[in-house]
Design a protein around this ligand. Structure first.
Ligand code: SP5
Ligand code: ZN
Length: 356
């Protein structure tokens, strides 16, 4: 049985984005997780509710700083109140960047700027990572779910045959967030924090990350780029957001990166071929833990995706993975997926395939 973790604090974050040259409510909304939770409950699933204690906030921050550095984490925590105090924003509005940092050898050692507008762009790479008054609380709650899930799969490994898969309903998602830049609705790389947590209990562990979101997980790839104990494998839309990463030629210095881009309108048959390639690489790597970035924006009706994957296909995807990784403890973190009306049934279809 999959154990499912959720924290209602993840629902507080609600922001805006620039999409198709229009500023609008972000597609990454609280309703996404609400829809999944409603379907899970209707199907009689038990959901393990979490809430972050003050003590846990400190420990989440300590773990987050390892991946993201203190300055970036402080930025996430303080930006909205700094803007408010400076009279730059109203309480219920979101901070959005206006100017991004330039990339050039000559500027590479540029220190974080003091100017509040400059900082918003320094710590982001797009305009879908707004920060509103409650964002910090949700970001921490989401990261905490990833950390708790990591602790649980380690415990399960040593205790017994009980649940070896934990699904965390992480929101905001994480896979686009790099060491120091938010983007693509992501503020902290949740999966990277899971890896850190598992390593505190098992320092020599090897990890396979399977990224099934429609978009390439540029952040996860960058964070683990030269890490020999982490294999990063992604199946994603070719030439789609985040546009500049995810090419098959990006393999990393130690061949631990495998990008499997698929053209727009690809069918499930084409997807399955890539999934089998991905799973072959994962088997060869002999990981101790499988971490899945699960996005349902691969669904045929998704506004941000273009694959022809239907609800029942998620059952096949999950059972294909299960058959291949038998016995390896797995952690599943939620990334994207934006068709509110279908998210719940897609998640149930995936779980059905996983549990067999
Ligand atoms: C976690 C996640 O799924 N983040 C994705 C954020 C994507 N934001 C930008 C999307 C730009 C879409 N442009 C139109 C493409 C139509 N195929
Ligand atoms: Zn996505």
């Amino acid at each position: 049985m999959i154990q499912i973790l959720h924290d209602e604090t993840t629902l507080l974050h609600k922001t805006i984005e620039l999409l198709g040259s229009k500023l609008r409510p972000a597609l990454e909304s609280p309703e996404r997780v609400r829809a999944i939770v409603a379907s899970l409950k209707a199907a009689g699933r038990e959901i393990c509710m979490q809430s972050v204690t003050d003590e846990q906030v400190q420990s989440v921050m300590e773990i987050a700083k390892i991946t993201h550095g203190e300055e970036y984490i402080d930025h996430l925590r303080n930006t909205h109140s700094d803007w408010l105090a400076a009279g730059l924003i109203e309480q219920h509005k979101s901070v959005l960047p206006e100017c991004f940092r330039l990339h050039n050898q000559a500027y590479s050692s540029l220190a974080p700027p003091k100017d509040l507008f400059a900082r918003a762009g320094y710590y982001a790479f797009d305009m879908s990572s707004g920060i509103m008054k409650d964002s910090w609380q949700s970001i921490i709650a989401s990261a905490n779910l990833a950390i708790q899930a990591a602790s649980m799969i380690c415990e399960n490994t040593t205790t017994s045959r009980s649940a070896r898969t934990v699904l965390a309903l992480t929101r905001p998602p994480g896979h686009h967030c790099t060491g120091h830049q938010a983007g693509g609705y992501c503020y902290i790389n949740n999966i990277a924090l899971s890896v850190t947590r598992i390593r505190t209990m098992n320092p020599s562990a090897r990890f396979a990350i399977l990224d099934l979101d429609f978009h390439h997980g540029n952040g996860t790839q960058e964070i683990f780029w030269s890490d020999t104990s982490v294999l990063y494998v992604s199946i994603h839309g070719q030439d789609e957001f985040p546009y500049y990463t995810g090419h098959a030629s990006e393999v990393g210095p130690h061949n631990t990166i495998l990008n499997l881009p698929l053209p727009a309108r690809s069918t499930f048959a084409a997807y399955q071929t890539h999934l089998k390639t991905a799973l072959g690489a994962i088997q060869t790597f002999k990981a101790d833990y499988l971490l899945i970035s699960l996005g349902f924006d691969t669904f045929r009706l998704d506004p941000l995706g273009s694959f022809q994957i239907d609800t029942g296909d998620y059952t096949t995807i999950a059972s294909t993975i299960q058959q291949c990784i038998q016995g390896v403890p797995a952690l599943i973190l939620l990334e994207g997926g934006y068709v509110l009306e279908r998210l719940g049934e897609n998640m149930l279809a995936f779980i059905k395939g996983w549990e067999g």
